[in-house]
Design a protein around this ligand. Structure first.
Ligand code: ADP
Ligand code: ASP
Ligand code: MG
Length: 409
């Protein structure tokens, strides 16, 4: 089999952990598998590097920031290859540009355009374990890019898809995908199996156990994906196509996202083309808008509220201020102390009353809902940030998602 494995930051946090990774990799190699191993930077390293740059200026040059951030994964990929070779296993470390993984030139959030597989195949044919630095790529002009936070997951899935691997394993610090973040809900239950679609909704609404783009790619290219722990040998969670068993489950998980901010524009002229005028420049700046609510007012104007990622809040606010002046809006307001809680489940397609139960549960705990959005299999509510944990636990309980209390490791 050809297996792509990805080890996250905590799994390569120090030399001892990297040794543990090498041991696992060697085990698979001994079983006769071909291996491509993607690594993240050591836990905390990417944050440390960002912080260094921000001590110089709050808005570091994105191109140079990517050069800086890519070093985190350069360290771990070379260390793992050095280790594998030192114990007699032929390995080679490759950076994004050496693979190459070609991306767009939107620095700090580049998207993969193409992965050339000749080099990878050549190294695999030589019997080598190929260690790839996650999270990074290269533009056609030869500039180093990164794929956005958590992007090593995407590197792994994209490699698995390009190489038509038999399996893509994401190794992390939890045993798999849970019904809620186990850090917040200790009674969360591990899911044995979940559909791509539900996983995509979980990831996009805040379950950072998998980066959203990686799930999207896995779904499109039908990459068999497993999330499991690098600290034990428990089975993990399989992310795959939906089956009947999954359809029966009403709610599979509860998520939260504290990484968004709300922007409200009051008194927008209510005429064709206005929304495009506001969201056009936001999109051009690479800012992804999540929820949007527009309310028409009796006076022929409209109020518009939407959410953006919190790191993009200031920039988005500035753009809206500029466009708003041109449009002659009444008032602009922003709030970055919000959170979004969501419930996700394939069963929502065929069952009614789920939304009501969610709203009632939040109301029972005195939590006010500021915005609501729904998809076929997800309901999200924006609430005050301080209620996040309370809301997640209450919803988890209301939808009977609790499992056994896990024993301490
Ligand atoms: P890595 O560094 O390995 O990529 P991450 O920190 O990105 O790891 O993702 C793993 C973390 O995701 C877990 O430690 C857990 O706290 C968090 N998490 C959030 N939601 C979930 C969920 N539904 N199931 C499992 N883990 C979750
Ligand atoms: N090191 C990068 C980050 O911290 C990428 C990753 O870990 O997936 O976001
Ligand atoms: Mg991650």
């Amino acid at each position: 089999m050809l297996i792509v494995q990805k080890y996250g930051g905590t799994s390569v946090a120090n030399l001892e952990r990297i040794r543990n990774v090498a041991e696992r990799v060697i085990n698979y190699k001994k079983q006769g598998h071909d291996l491509v191993v993607v690594v993240s930077a050591m836990a905390g390293e990417t944050d440390r590097l960002i912080n260094l740059a921000k001590q110089i200026t709050p808005e570091p040059s994105p191109r140079e920031l990517d050069m800086l951030l890519a070093t985190g994964e350069q360290v771990t990929s070379s260390l793992l290859a050095i280790l594998l070779k030192s114990v007699g296993y032929d390995a080679i470390a490759l950076l994004g540009f050496q693979v190459p993984i070609l991306t767009t030139d939107l620095f700090t959030k580049a998207r993969i355009k193409e992965i050339k597989t000749e080099r990878l195949r050549k190294e695999l044919a030589l019997g080598r374990i190929v260690v790839v630095a996650g999270f990074q790529g290269v533009t056609e002009d030869g500039d180093i890019t990164t794929l956005g936070r958590g992007g090593s997951d995407t590197t792994a899935v994209a490699l698995a898809s390009a190489l038509k691997a038999d399996l893509c394993e994401i190794y992390t610090d939890v045993d798999g995908v849970y019904t809620a973040d186990p850090r917040i809900v200790p009674r969360a239950r591990k899911l044995r199996k979940i559909s791509y679609e539900e996983m995509l909704e979980l990831a996009s609404s805040g379950a950072k156990v998998l980066e959203m783009r990686s799930v999207e790619l896995a779904m499109i290219y039908k990459v068999p994906l497993v999330v499991r722990s690098s600290f034990n040998y428990s089975e993990g969670t399989l992310i795959t196509e939906e089956d009947e068993e999954m359809e029966k489950v009403l709610v599979s998980g509860v998520t939260y996202n504290r990484n968004e901010a709300r922007i409200s524009i009051y008194g927008v002229p209510d005429r064709p083309g206005v929304a495009a005028k506001i969201f056009g420049p936001i999109g051009e700046a690479g800012i992804i808008v999540d929820m949007i609510i527009q309310t028409a007012r009796p006076d022929g104007k409209a109020d518009l509220t939407f959410t953006v990622p919190r790191p993009d809040f200031k920039q988005a606010l500035e753009i809206v201020k500029r466009v708003g002046e041109e449009l002659g809006i009444e008032r602009l307001e922003g709030d970055d102390r919000i959170a979004k809680v969501s419930i996700v489940g394939a069963g929502m397609r065929t069952h009614s009353g789920v939304a009501t139960k969610m709203f009632e549960t939040l109301a029972k705990h005195g939590i006010n809902i500021m915005m609501i959005s729904t998809s076929e299999i997800k309901i999200s509510c924006v609430i005050e940030e301080k209620y996040t944990e309370l809301a997640v636990r209450a919803l988890h309980e209301a939808f009977n998602l609790e499992g056994e209390v896990k024993e301490e490791k």
